[in-house]
Design a protein around this ligand. Structure first.
Ligand code: DON
Length: 316
């Protein structure tokens, strides 16, 4: 079998959506951000964009959902563009092995978060973006960037202000993380401003189709529609971090089951990249114990089983 050939992606995607529709093991919808708790656990969407630009979607692929921590990939991309590799003086590149909102390692590691994909790391990344602009500008820059990489000419991607506000009202752990890092000197702007940016990034609402389009720059060595967004080496490194850190304390299991760079969010979305082959987004709001989409992960596992797209699969 040629592992790269993609014979019937439309059929595979339809099969996966049909299987997921019937599943009774759907996990628990996140409840600590109240608007997320109101989303039906019956939702399931999948979108696959192939390297030739063709799109294959099924289920609720055109319904917008809260991308939450998937925005950490886009925030990292923008911050690397703004400050370059200096970023790594303030954020590590190792899996944390802890929950996404954990504070425990920050004390012994002097306020330097393990990686940019846990909450503490993403909050530092937001602080770096604020070093250059006011909060409203940083948020507007993010919306522009995501619309650009998704080729969203209609400007339909935006921020769900209800979610952003709910995060502000309930984000006590994030406030603790930001204040704690500020005590170590690793947050420089006022904490409320940094968190305002962080919460708005998390509240971006996108469909699976838009998210898979947004991931094309990571599939294509930094390029979208013939334009270079980031260098190939930066795209490769972001993919490496998604593989090692994109699912928090579940990252090893995700690599074992799926074998692709992926980033999850508590809204139930996962953005996954098969470098050179496909950009994939799945969404199902029910989460597993680590806060990653239960059915989204299963759907990706099925997809790689049928396509051979895992990066650990022999090529050609
Ligand atoms: O800060 C939070 O807790 C949420 N806005 C984002 C967390 C998240 O998506 C982690 N994902 N698995």
């Amino acid at each position: 079998m040629d592992a790269i050939a993609t014979p019937d992606i439309a059929g595979i995607v339809a099969d996966i959506a049909a299987e997921m529709r019937l599943s009774s093991e759907r996990g628990q919808v996140a409840s600590y951000i109240p608007p997320l708790a109101a989303v039906s656990p019956d939702k399931f969407g999948i979108a696959v964009i192939l390297a030739d630009g063709s799109a294959h979607v099924a289920g609720d692929a055109d319904e917008a959902f809260s991308i939450q921590s998937i925005s950490k990939v886009f925030a990292l991309t923008l911050a690397l563009g703004a400050v370059g590799d200096q970023l790594w003086q303030r954020v590590g590149r190792e899996p944390s092995g802890s929950a996404f909102n954990s504070i425990v390692q920050l004390e012994s590691e002097q306020g330097i978060p393990r990686n940019p994909f846990i909450n503490a790391g993403a909050i530092v990344v937001c602080d770096m973006l604020l070093g250059r602009s006011a909060p409203a500008e940083a948020i507007a820059q993010m919306v522009r960037f995501v619309r650009q990489i998704s080729s969203d000419d209609q400007a339909s991607i935006g921020i769900d202000e209800t979610v952003a506000l709910a995060e502000q009202d309930t984000g006590f752990r994030n406030m603790a993380l930001a204040n704690y890092m500020r005590a170590f000197g690793n947050i420089r702007a006022p904490v409320e401003r940094v968190l305002g940016v962080y919460f708005h990034f998390c509240a971006l609402a996108m469909t699976c189709r838009e998210l898979a389009l947004a991931g094309r720059y990571l599939m294509n060595g930094g390029r979208v529609d013939g334009h270079s967004m980031i260098t190939p080496s930066r795209a490769r490194r972001i993919n490496a971090l998604m593989m090692s850190c994109g699912h928090y304390d579940n990252s090893g299991d995700f690599a074992f089951r799926v074998g692709l760079p992926g980033k999850s969010g508590v809204g139930g979305g996962i953005l996954c990249v098969a470098p050179g082959v496909a950009s994939i987004a799945v969404w199902s709001p029910g989460l597993n114990a680590s806060g990653n989409s239960q059915l989204g992960t299963l759907a990706l596992e099925r997809l790689v089983q049928r396509t051979g797209w895992s990066v650990f699969e022999p090529r050609g």
